[in-house]
Design a protein around this ligand. Sequence first.
Ligand SMILES: [Zn+2]
Length: 235
Amino acid sequence: MVSAKQLHELQETDTVAAEKDTELKEVRARLADGKPIAAATQKASQLDAQAEAQSKSRNSAQVAVRQMQDKMKEIDGKLYGGGITNARELTAFEEERQFLQTQLGEEEDRLLELMVVVDDLQESRDDAVKALKGLEARREIEVPQLQHSQAVLEKELAQLAADRKQLTPKIPPQYLATYESLRKTRGGRAVARLDKARGICLACRIALPAKDLQRAKASREIVQCNSCHRILYVE
Ligand SMILES: [Zn+2]
């Protein structure tokens, strides 16, 4: 005798297995997902490269400023050292000094700007490195937890598969086929409980014809709902 109870049990097993399978897929996806760390690594290294490049420009500007300052001292030495008496020569040096002063002012402005840029970039890079370290530390804790969940879920799924193997030989192939096809088309729910008192299928909430209700209540054969075609199970 085929009992809807066995099909109901099979459905319970399959439903739990489907949930565990989804969970396992999520766990595996999270284990394989190295994207956040890869993105954080890339960001930190890009900022580091930018800070490095701007530091070089800042250093060049520092050298240029120093050279100009030295040159100024040299000119000042000549202008105010009393060695030059020729008026035309004095004018030429004064003009050169004027020109150099303008250049020096511009270079000093550029240096100041670069110093600010370098400071900002270094700060951003330090923040990015800190964020990356934080991600890596969290990952270090997360990975063993995920691996544990994975192992537990795999074990549970193996047990559920074994349970299924025990259940299916007891069910005639034609009912098993009906069950499988209904599971696919009825959102994983092939077996529905029957409300004996009210005579309704608890999946679609539609009343059964009296004749079907009698047959279902007798539980001697598999009865399907007249409306949604689910296999009816009487508790
Ligand atoms: Zn129904």
